[in-house]
Design a protein around this ligand. Structure first.
Ligand code: HPA
Ligand code: ZN
Length: 339
């Protein structure tokens, strides 16, 4: 066993990212570039002024800025550039597989067509696969602050793109917008062959996690921090091995935890939950995958074995085939032995 630093160990280990909003990868520099070429004004005078606005007390304060940022995306090329910038970045971090969210309603509400959005994103994902070797899945999220009728219309728009979209998810303002509000649209999505996931238990209560499982039939929970409030739920998540896609720096920035040292990751691992590390909205929360792994590893004093377990979990919880999962998990085991 060579004694490389935790930082190098994290940087070199193969990882999969399963909780990533592509609109949340919009770095201020690219935002200004795209706004300028689209003749649009950003209400901040400079990249630095914009970055200074990235201080949030809760999810809603973040979402208000996140939707404002996304409003400069107009053309297919804008969505391509956004996605390509993300893939280029995580390629340098040894991310080998991504399952990314996009929020079509954020754009269709501004009269940007669904086709423009998905064509730009998908073309970049194909290029990422070909040129960077990053495999991918695409997940379409419904905005839960909007009504179910809007989600149903969005699902209809997605049907011609069934081959490109693996699953549907649920994001945006959680409290007051329970999973039960979207039971019809999720059932229809399942009938159409989509897999389902949902954000639940980030700010909302553990009951929302139950609803996501029982009513929306999700096969993965995004965040899920609040599951620890309910022992029976924890037992169920552990038994069925329903993955939780955790996002440490997001939790810190949105005050879900006050300090990374208080993050429930280790508690969850001890309870045999299938937890993974992800970046959520890296341009807004101060870090991509490696920064999330390193932040949580340092705060909780994780061993290399625990870090390798998290990397293995990321492939186990992914929608890759069994043989693809097996190959990468073996690589991680070898990596751990050699480092
Ligand atoms: N939670 C809910 N909605 C979101 C998030 C999140 O962390 N990021 C982008 N949309
Ligand atoms: Zn999220």
């Amino acid at each position: 066993m060579k004694d490389i630093s935790i930082e190098k160990f994290i940087a070199g280990i193969p990882k999969a990212e399963l909780h990533l909003h592509i609109e949340g990868t919009f770095e201020p520099e690219l935002m200004f570039t795209i706004a300028h070429r689209n003749n649009l004004k950003i209400s901040y005078s400079s990249v630095d002024a914009l970055k200074k606005a990235y201080r949030f007390n809760n999810l809603q304060e973040f979402l208000d800025i996140y939707y404002a940022g996304a409003s400069v995306l107009i053309h297919e090329l804008d969505f391509y550039d956004l996605t390509w910038a993300y893939l280029s970045k995580v390629h340098l971090q040894n991310v080998k597989h991504v399952e990314i969210f996009f929020d079509p309603q954020t754009h269709t509400q501004r009269d940007i067509s669904f086709d423009v959005v998905i064509n730009g994103i998908y073309r970049a994902l194909l290029d990422g696969q070909e040129k960077l070797g990053i495999s991918f899945r695409l997940i379409m999220c419904f905005l839960r602050h909007l009504d179910e009728a809007s989600a149903l219309k969005t699902l209809d728009k997605a049907l011609p793109y069934k081959k490109w979209i693996s699953g549907v998810g649920l994001d945006s303002s959680e409290v007051g917008n329970p999973p039960s509000k979207f039971q019809k649209v999720f059932n229809k999505a399942i009938e159409e062959g989509f897999l389902t996931v949902a954000h639940a238990g980030e700010e909302g209560p553990s009951e929302y996690i139950w609803e996501a499982i029982d009513l929306l039939k999700v096969i993965r929970i995004d965040h899920g921090n609040r599951c620890l409030d309910d022992d029976i739920l924890v037992k169920k998540l552990a038994e069925v091995q329903i993955p939780l896609t955790l996002c440490p720096l997001s939790n810190l920035e949105l005050k879900v935890v006050q300090d990374l040292k208080e993050h429930p990751l280790v508690k969850m691992m001890e309870k045999n939950l299938l937890v993974t590390i992800n970046s959520d909205d890296p341009a807004y929360f101060g870090g991509y995958m490696n920064e999330n792994y390193l932040g949580i590893a340092q705060a909780l004093n994780l061993s290399k074995k625990q870090i390798a377990q998290l990397a293995k979990n990321s492939f186990k919880a992914s929608w890759l085939s069994a043989s693809e999962k097996h190959t990468t998990i073996r690589q991680i085991e070898t990596y751990l032995q050699n480092n």
